[in-house]
Design a protein around this ligand. Structure first.
Ligand SMILES: CSCCC(=O)C(=O)COP(=O)(O)O
Ligand SMILES: [Mg+2]
Length: 211
């Protein structure tokens, strides 16, 4: 069974930082006053302007804070619905997703992006709708932070799999280290053209075609 990260693994870090983050940053000031965002904004600060300032700071520092990720999912939903946003997925990914689907290999997503953001992402790619290739989604709400061993233990329990049956694909060494400590198999995905970070001592690929 496969569990994959998104940013830096199936998709370009540059797209997230140059398209998605600016889209949400430009709309935070409006969204902190919207009733549908009230509960998540209150998790950040009582005052909406203070919350907006903190949220913008988190975007600029790429902090994977759960309230920010929840709010970004809501903001991006409008962008996908209006056609302003299309998610990036590397050309080498869809053929492998199709192969895994045909072979009956369950594939899950584990990303710091909210489950809503993940679903929207794979539904609106430049390759069309790829969402049906995934058996389930995990985020920092359902599993926990991506650098914590316990998150990988929680995912294995939720899927009902032995840790050794699970393979995690990620571009971040600390995430791969945590998965390996939980007994998972790990594969580092490095996309040199996208400024991928070092994936440490894990088996390393540069394209899903190598899987
Ligand atoms: C699909 S969510 C958009 C990207 C994002 O906000 C994010 O934090 C992705 O982090 P990842 O865990 O996929 O590296
Ligand atoms: Mg990543």
């Amino acid at each position: 069974m496969i569990v994959t990260d998104i940013e830096g693994t199936t998709s370009a870090i540059s797209h997230v930082h140059q398209v998605l983050f600016p889209y949400s940053r430009a709309r935070i000031g409006d969204w902190v006053r919207r009733p549908e965002a009230a509960s998540v904004v209150r998790e950040v600060a009582d005052d909406p302007d203070e919350a907006a300032s903190i949220l913008v700071g988190w975007i600029d520092a790429d902090v994977k804070a759960t309230p920010l990720k929840t709010l970004q999912g809501l903001i991006w939903a409008e962008g996908y619905a209006s056609g302003e946003l299309t998610a990036h997925v590397y050309d080498d990914v869809p053929p492998v997703l199709r192969r895994w689907s045909a072979d009956g290999v369950p594939v899950y997503v584990y990303s710091s992006g909210s489950e809503l953001a993940q679903r929207l992402w794979f539904k609106h790619t430049q390759h069309g709708d790829l969402l049906h290739h995934f058996a389930g989604h995990f985020d920092t709400v359902s599993a926990g932070p991506k650098r914590d061993v316990g998150s990988y233990q929680a995912i294995a329990k939720s899927i009902g799999a032995e840790p050794s049956e699970l393979t995690f694909l990620s571009d971040v060494a600390a995430e791969l280290d945590a998965a390996a400590e939980a007994g998972w198999q790990t594969i580092g995905v490095s996309r040199p053209e996208d400024g991928s970070p070092d994936t440490g001592n894990h088996r390393r690929i540069t394209s899903f075609a190598q899987l």
